[in-house]
Design a protein around this ligand. Structure first.
Ligand code: SF4
Length: 178
C-alpha cells in the first residue's frame, strides 16, 4: 500500500508548504511523518504539532505522528548532527518497516539548516536500512513557502527547536509560550 509513496519527515507546517507543492508538481506521493523530539519546551512542541495537524488536514495529507518529548536530549550536549541523525534514522526505519519506497525530509527546504550534513546523514541511514533517500534541493522555494505559510495564517516559530537555539534566538524576548 505504501510502496508508491515516500515517507516525508516533517519538521513543521511552514516548511511543509513548499515541499508539498513541489512534490505534487513532481508527482511524488507521500505521507507526512512527525518525529521531532528536539523541540523544546513541551508547549512549543505541541504548538508545532497542532499547526501541522491543521495544515495537513486542510490539504488532505496523511499525517503519521510517531513522536515523543525527550527533554533529556538537551542535558547531554546534543548537537545538530545528533538531532538530524535521531530524526532521520527513525524516519528511515519506519519507512523500511512499513513498505515505503523511500524517505525524505522537509529539513531540506531550510536555508538555515546544514544542508550537506542532512544529506550525508540521510544517505548514511538510507544505506543502513536499505531504503532510498529521495533528495531534492527544496531551498529554491524557501521564501515562497514561508510567504504562503504567512498567508495561510500558520504559526511560524522563531527558533529552530532545541533549548540552545531558543537561547540564541534574537527573538527570544518575543517568544511566548502561554
Ligand atoms: S539548532 Fe535545530 S537542528 Fe540543531 S540541534 Fe537545535 S533543533 Fe536540532
Amino acid at each position: 500500500m505504501n510502496r508508491n509513496k515516500i515517507l516525508l519527515h516533517t519538521c513543521c507546517a511552514p516548511c511543509l508548504v513548499y515541499v508539498n507543492e513541489k512534490l505534487n508538481e513532481m508527482n511524488v506521493d507521500f505521507d507526512s511523518y512527525f518525529y521531532n523530539p528536539n523541540i523544546h519546551p513541551k508547549k512549543e512542541h505541541e504548538r508545532r504539532l497542532l499547526t501541522l495537524r491543521s495544515y495537513t488536514s486542510r490539504f488532505n495529507i496523511p499525517l503519521i505522528e510517531d513522536d515523543e518529548f525527550l527533554q533529556y536530549l538537551w542535558e547531554n550536549g546534543f548537537q545538530c548532527k545528533d538531532c538530524y541523525n535521531i530524526r532521520l534514522e527513525k524516519t528511515a526505519r519506519y519507512a523500511k518497516n512499513n513498505g515505503y519506497k523511500g524517505f525524505s525530509t522537509t529539513l531540506l527546504v531550510s536555508i538555515y539548516q546544514n544542508h550537506q550534513l542532512i544529506i550525508d546523514i540521510a544517505e548514511s541511514v538510507a544505506d543502513k536500512y536499505g531504503i532510498e533517500f529521495f533528495y531534492h534541493d527544496f531551498r529554491e522555494g524557501y521564501r515562497i513557502g514561508q510567504n504562503k505559510a504567512k498567508e495561510y495564517g500558520l504559526y511560524r516559530q522563531k527558533y529552530c527547536g532545541c533549548i540552545n537555539s531558543y537561547n540564541s534566538s534574537k527573538y527570544k524576548d518575543k517568544i511566548k509560550w502561554d
